[in-house]
Design a protein around this ligand. Sequence first.
Ligand SMILES: NC(=O)c1ccc[n+]([C@@H]2O[C@H](COP(=O)([O-])OP(=O)(O)OC[C@H]3O[C@@H](n4cnc5c(N)ncnc54)[C@H](O)[C@@H]3O)[C@@H](O)[C@H]2O)c1
Length: 434
Amino acid sequence: MKLCMIGTGYVGLVSGTCFADIGNEVVCVDKDEKKIKKLNQGSSPIYEPGLDELIKKNFLAKRLRFTTNLKDAINSSDIIFICVGTPTKKGSLKVDLSFVFKCTKDILRFSKKKKIIVTKSTVPVGTGDEIEKILKKRKKNFSIISNPEFLREGEAIRDFRYPDRIVIGSNDKNVFKIMKKLYLPSINKGTKFITTTRRGAELIKYASNAFLATKITFINEVANLCEKSGVNIEDVSLGMGSDNRIGSRFLRAGPAYGGSCFPKDTKGLVSAADKYKINLSVVKSVIKSNQERVNLLTQRIHKILGSNLKNKKISFLGVTFKPNTDDMRDSTSLKMIPYLCKKGAKVNYYDPSGEKKEFKKIKNCKYTKNIKSNCSGADLIVLLTEWDEFKSLDFKKIVKNGKLKIYDLRNLYSAEEMKKNKIKYFSVGRPNIN
Ligand SMILES: NC(=O)c1ccc[n+]([C@@H]2O[C@H](COP(=O)([O-])OP(=O)(O)OC[C@H]3O[C@@H](n4cnc5c(N)ncnc54)[C@H](O)[C@@H]3O)[C@@H](O)[C@H]2O)c1
């Protein structure tokens, strides 16, 4: 099939490349000229394991191309995927749909023949209807369907190939067959193919993300109770997660959830519900609790280091919201590091995905190129992201100042082992044995 992906970001680039890899002819469009130039030179603008190789392979096979020419891309395709960002509007909980509507207007302007328009972007319930209104002049020329994306950054290729489910929402039943054909390689491997109304598909995506955010927030709050009551959160997670009705995933206590989806999608769901005068009180508390968690953990750092942070050396291992991605959107580090620097601390950070532009202008914050130089002389090491290379470090060898303190926000190490090695070790939701 001939496909056009509008928006060549984490979703558009990965899904476009994977669609090409199963034999489709794909054109990825972006308005960002730098991104397209980089892709045409053979390198990926994002960090995603395995993506570089897959782009090269399909680019050379001429199944995948990159352009900024939207008119040409639209007219050379039968199915157009909208994969642009849907961020939160500044100062509100509402979703900014301007990128989606801009694409829709461009599709109306440029397309000459009948097209299927698919929203892969996460959009509030009813957005497909709004898109239809924009296209009303030539309504018969378009089928507008919703096909929300569930891939996770860092595991995106695997998630695209072997998703738990594919959701297609359409009010025009004829397109289900076409979409089923497109996704046949995954369906043949056992992926569930769920068809519903367009509004149904839009809501499935928001409800799924809000539910996962709720699970994380719930276990984080239970972890706070564990710390005070001398219980180990890992025992609680195991005991709870062994119940099939609950399930073990998303039950690991840690920092506040972040990233490009959960923070904005929980807000987006609340705001969509407000429009219908429905009070999603559970999701509202999740948002609040998650925001409070960042402050709580920052205060914990204060407690570990004492009230005066002036000239205290803090070393961050990992700053992205999760491993195997370079995405910094809504990472806990974006609030923690500027706050600590403002209080006079000197922060070094190391992240396997490289230096971050977000910290370049922050006084007292420095990127280091490896773990050893990052941790050298540190008063406190904060383990924020669970990259593989942080999982079996010999801290005694890395840091030789003998007054080592570690705050492990991912519970990667054993508190008992740390005590044996005379390292002051703090983690999440475990009894303090220092
Ligand atoms: N990132 C994820 O893990 C993930 C997972 C599932 C769903 N989603 C959803 O998918 C959507 C896209 O997310 P993302 O992370 O890929 O965003 P992104 O910011 O990485 O990419 C969006 C791209 O769209 C481009 N763009 C915007 N307007 C354009 C236009 N008019 N013409 C051409 N290009 C345009 C931008 O330049 C950018 O490169 C969002 O709605 C998001 O919620 C994201």
